[in-house]
Design a protein around this ligand. Structure first.
Ligand code: ASP
Length: 312
């Protein structure tokens, strides 16, 4: 048995405000990312390589809030965060506040594979990238018209919106300022892995970092529990330590993956948080769940399951 599940962000996705063409483009993007990861698993590749390939595909797609097409900070810059974890060894790598790395997830992978550290930040992380021979790109590479318009709209209503933003997070989804991409996979050797990459939230400042690059919050993987990648209002996912909480319930309380996800999302919702997760266990159980209106998501398994969807 091998399988991969992915997400492309969660939030207030309004069917009414979305054209059929837009919807088709998102679904196509999800399909391509699923295929990129699944074909590696099919050839006997590792779950780690599969989640990396799926996330790279979503980072390269300007529709999703990661890599090219990431949301913009208050200063109009893309500032990118990513993390990855290997369920077999509990090795992990994470990067935050990147401004010049085309594929943040591959740098997170290098931190895991080629440094003695787990998390590198900002200029230091980019120095490490140079040292590794990774190509740097200008910040403009990430910037798209849609993201500029979103930032502009947010800044127009500045004071009022800012209070709202701090209290509730931005409205999200197809036409707003949130989202993240992520993947979890199980390979034929029984190993799970998780990866997550994001531009964070539109209009962020002061070096704000959400849950996505935090191991245990936005990303976690353990063969003793499960692999999880999260998306949603990061402040709440950090406080509820979402990804590790799900894995720990499986490992210590012997709950199923579905039960663990349900419990954790309920606790996070009680705090006031919105969003969802994709998760996979070594026994092949797969869960794609969210407490928001929708979540871009997809799953493909050797058992013949193959689907992509947006709404509930
Ligand atoms: N979790 C991301 C963050 O808070 C945003 C998202 O997933 O929509 O940075």
């Amino acid at each position: 048995m091998f399988a991969i599940a992915i997400h492309g962000g969660a939030g207030t996705l309004s069917r009414a405000g979305t054209s059929a063409d837009q919807e088709a483009a998102y679904l196509q993007g999800l399909e391509s990312a699923l295929d990129a990861g699944y074909s590696l698993l099919h050839e006997g590749g590792s779950s780690l390589d599969a989640v990396t390939a799926a996330v790279v595909s979503l980072e390269d797609n300007p529709l999703f809030n990661a890599g090219r097409g990431a949301v913009l900070s208050r200063d109009g810059l893309a500032e990118l965060d990513a993390s990855i974890m290997d369920g077999a060894t509990l090795a992990a790598g994470a990067v935050c506040g990147l401004r010049h790395i085309r594929n943040p997830i591959t740098l997170a992978r290098r931190v895991m594979d080629r440094s003695p550290h787990v998390m590198l930040v900002g200029e230091g992380a980019e120095d490490f990238a140079r040292n590794q021979g990774v190509e740097l790109v200008s910040n403009e590479y990430f910037r798209t018209d849609i993201r500029q318009r979103q930032l502009h709209r947010l800044l127009q209503g500045a004071a009022e919106k800012e209070n709202d933003l701090l209290a509730h997070g931005p409205a999200s989804g197809i036409d707003a300022g949130m989202g993240t991409v992520g993947a979890v996979a199980l390979d034929a050797r029984g190993n799970v892995a998780a990866a997550t990459s994001t531009g964070g939230m539109t209009g962020k400042r002061w070096g704000r970092v959400g849950d996505s690059p935090i191991i245990g919050a936005g990303t976690y993987a353990s063969n003793g529990g499960c692999a999880v990648s999260a998306t949603g209002h990061g402040e709440y996912f950090i406080r509820a330590v979402v990804a590790h909480d799900i894995s720990a319930q499986m490992q210590y309380a012997k709950l199923t993956l579905a039960e663990s996800v349900k419990n954790t999302l309920a606790r996070m919702k009680a705090l006031g948080g919105n969003g969802g997760v994709v998760a996979i266990a070594p026994d092949g159980e797969i869960v794609l769940d969210f407490n928001s209106e929708g979540m871009f998501r997809g799953v493909r398994s050797s058992g013949g399951r193959r689907e992509v969807s947006i709404y509930r």
